[in-house]
Design a protein around this ligand. Structure first.
Ligand code: ADP
Ligand code: MG
Length: 738
């Protein structure tokens, strides 16, 4: 059961921390509570009952304290019958709600623990009563409850007293005023009497801060070393002479912004250096990243090397391919541009692979197929890759070049802006360029929320825009039917029912384990809520409806992920040429699609979309000089988080600001897609909460590598190295491989 959680050693167990603490020294009194509080209450079991209602069985528990009482309710929880006996002492934790029937207060789905009584052993009593008690995520279903973990960890700490080696240098701990490792571990599990509850709540006790720092330090140290090692590797020193500059000038369709100039300058400086470039180019939607990438690719081509561009979707690859052809038409050199995506037919793939391998293709644009198709490039000089691919791909570039060739330069581009401090620290092995300016002449995109019932007005508006020669997108959350065929839309279930939310998330404890955690969490939110999916409009159905109804007489197109590549290409091309007025679509158009004449973006069921998605979708319009509009149509029920997303969209257009909100809502794991991407998941640290410690760790890691500091002994350096190896191999193995 421990292994399921990745706990294999005593050390792992010591780093398995409580996700919250209960102050059972000074338990809160019921008459201090008011609705809205999130609190832990200790009281006596007065009574309990399983009530069969029409919808589901409800379990009720009354917890008393003198003349006060608190009613606790769990949905769908027949398994709780017989669990409580009158007279027992229990601790319940949750959000306090007003109760209708009596003047009493109520908790819905609280976490609970039956406290030990005189019949329990002394250690159990000592660990659970009259102290600050750690609460652990239950493991193995509910079989390894908090109580079990407390004992095992307590005994482990006791048996190791005085023997836990530190993994940070003494001088560093002193300088930063952090406790040693053993003390930090002990106090994070069993906080000493008098530890301020607020510090525990926010994981900011000295013990926590040290452990969080430690975790970040090893991440940053690894990144720093990687970056330095890269600088020692042999790459290509591209030349940028007048000829190269002229080649760029002759194709540039507009004056670059100051930000574009600066970014290109940084990129070109890297390309001229003899070590391989590893750089991240980030910028808000529409800031003009593509043209910067094309310029860098021209530098590579002018030097006689091949350049490759890897896009996240076929649609985007195709669009880049078309754009490159148009852009480079004006080039006197007439480079040969080749498209390679998974759905090309075998003949064309074979031909293209041959062109690439013989060096007859200069600019290669594709999807992940560039790697999957095992193409061997003749002279690969520069790879531009979108961030989505980064983690799965960086280490595989080796496969793309011939064995005796130098390492290509790599430019990673992000579609989603990342708050700068996080980008700097988290992508510490990449250098960072940021486009913080939009091309001139952009007008703000008027953004409005409109309830679904007012769709007639929306369609009228779209018709008017089309009559003025403009084009529109209408986006739906699903392709067909109402099943979730776009798995990336995962917002359908947030806060299914405010009352049914597990209490811990209401308290903003993002450390709360996901899913059901048995004993402590009774029925999960999903079980308690009515089926979340119903009556979703889909792209296919609405395409039919709109085409025959409100948009009769207009040219209406349909685009979604299930069309094959040729069909997608045809539709995109027709839309680009203005041969389609209204494009009904799914989120396949989310990233990168660039049609300047499109001025209206309508999103139906907007409450279901993530903030990053909405921002990207809105970024599809406002690309030309004409006034553009984004209309967010909503269904009938909108969660609190959904409200916040929609309001954020209406109130700002700044992608970095929206990214902050998105990050806060979803948490870093979801935001960065770390689970798929192989980015680290932290044991104590939280990227959002602990950003300052991340900065500090980055700074300290650089200082450590810069070394040698006389205050740091050789033994300490050796121990840091050992720890680094261990933690990187285990936690960041994939990233390290690059
Ligand atoms: P993104 O950063 O979202 O990838 P794009 O590269 O697609 O942005 O650029 C957005 C639009 O702005 C494109 O139509 C592009 O041609 C145009 N553009 C980019 N740079 C400039 C510039 N310096 N001046 C005018 N238009 C520009
Ligand atoms: Mg270089």
């Amino acid at each position: 059961m421990l292994a399921e959680k990745g706990i294999l050693t005593a050390e792992d167990l010591l780093y398995h921390f409580p996700f919250r603490y209960e102050d059972r020294q000074n338990p809160i009194s019921l008459d201090e509570l008011k609705p809205g509080d999130v609190a832990s209450v200790i009281g006596e079991v007065r009574g309990s009952a399983l009530l069969r209602t029409r919808r589901m069985p409800l379990f009720e528990l009354t917890v008393g304290q003198g003349r006060h009482a608190l009613k606790c309710v769990w949905f769908n929880a027949p398994y709780l019958s017989g669990k409580f006996q009158a007279g027992q002492t229990v601790a319940v934790y949750g959000k306090v709600e007003p109760s209708r029937s009596t003047s009493n207060l109520k908790m819905i789905q609280p976490q609970f623990e039956i406290l030990p009584d005189a019949s329990d052993d002394a250690q159990t009593q000592m660990l659970e009563v009259g102290r600050i008690t750690p609460v652990y995520e239950s493991l193995g279903g509910s079989r390894l409850a908090s109580r079990w973990q407390r004992k095992v960890i307590f005994n482990l700490l006791e048996s190791m007293r005085g023997t836990v080696p530190d993994c940070l240098p003494q001088s560093m701990l002193r300088r930063l005023d952090f406790p040693d490792r053993e003390t930090a571990l002990r106090e994070a599990h069993f906080p000493p009497e008098g530890t301020p509850p607020a510090e525990l709540q926010s994981f900011s006790t000295p013990a926590h801060r040290r452990l969080i720092f430690e975790e970040f330090f090893y991440l940053e140290l690894g990144l720093e070393l990687k970056r330095r090692r890269m600088k020692e590797r042999k790459g290509i020193a591209f030349a940028t002479n007048d000829k190269v500059r002229e080649a760029i000038r002759e194709v540039l369709p507009f004056h670059p912004t100051a930000a574009q100039k600066r970014a290109l300058g940084e990129i070109v400086a890297d390309m001229r250096a003899p070590s391989p470039m590893r750089r991240l180019l980030q910028g808000d939607v529409g800031s003009g990243k593509t043209i910067v990438a094309f310029q860098a690719m021209l530098v590579a081509m002018e030097n006689g090397y091949q350049a490759a561009l890897m896009a996240p979707t076929e649609i985007l690859a195709t669009q880049h391919f078309l754009a490159a052809r148009k852009l480079l038409e004006r080039s006197s050199r007439k480079p040969r541009i080749v498209l390679l995506t998974g759905s090309l037919d075998e003949d064309r793939k074979r031909t293209n692979r041959g062109l690439i391998n013989r060096g007859d293709a200069n600019l290669i644009i594709g999807t992940h197929a560039l790697i999957e198709e095992k193409v061997e490039f003749d002279r690969l000089g520069l790879v531009v890759v979108d961030e989505q691919h980064r983690f799965g791909v960086l280490q595989r570039f080796k496969l793309m070049k011939k064995p005796n060739q130098p390492e290509p330069d790599v430019l990673v581009m992000t579609a989603t802006p990342i708050p700068r401090t996080l980008a700097l620290s988290l992508y510490g092995d990449l250098d960072l360029s940021t486009l913080d300016e939009l091309p001139p002449g952009r007008m703000p995109i008027a953004t409005r929320r409109v309830p679904g019932e007012r769709s007639e007005e929306v369609w009228n508006f779209v018709r008017k825009q089309v009559a003025q020669g403009r084009q529109a997108y209408i986006v739906y959350p699903v392709i067909e039917g109402s099943k979730d065929d776009q798995p990336e839309l995962d917002f359908s279930r947030d806060e299914p029912d405010a009352a049914a939310r597990p209490a811990a998330s209401a308290a903003g404890h993002r450390k709360t384990p996901k899913g059901k955690t048995a004993e402590l969490f009774a029925a999960s939110a999903q079980e308690a809520s009515p089926s979340a999916k119903s009556g979703l409009k889909s792209a296919v159905e609405m395409h039919e409806k709109l085409r025959k109804g409100p948009f009769a007489g207009l040219r209406v197109g349909l685009l979604h992920g299930r069309l094959d590549a040729d069909e997608k290409e045809v539709i995109m091309r027709r839309f680009q040429r203005g041969e389609i007025d209204v494009l009904v679509s799914t989120t396949v158009i989310e990233v990168g699609v660039d049609v300047a004449n499109a001025t209206v973006m309508v999103v139906e069921h907007a409450e279901r979309f993530g903030l990053a998605q909405l921002h990207q979708l809105r970024g599809r319009v406002g690309r030309g000089a004409a006034k553009s509009y984004c209309i967010l149509m909503t269904g009938e029920r909108i969660s609190d988080l959904g409200e916040e997303r929609l309001n954020a969209m209406v109130s700002t257009q700044d992608g970095f600001e929206l990214a902050e909100t998105d990050l806060r809502q979803r948490g870093p794991g979801e935001f960065f897609g770390t689970r798929q991407a192989g980015l680290p998941e932290f044991r104590v640290a939280d990227l959002l909460r602990d950003r300052q410690l991340l900065e500090l760790a980055k700074h300290e890691a650089a200082r450590f590598v810069e070394g040698p500091e006389p205050a740091v002994t050789e033994a300490e350096r050796a121990s840091v190295r050992t720890q680094l190896k261990q933690s990187w191999q285990r936690k960041y193995g994939l990233v390290e491989a690059g």
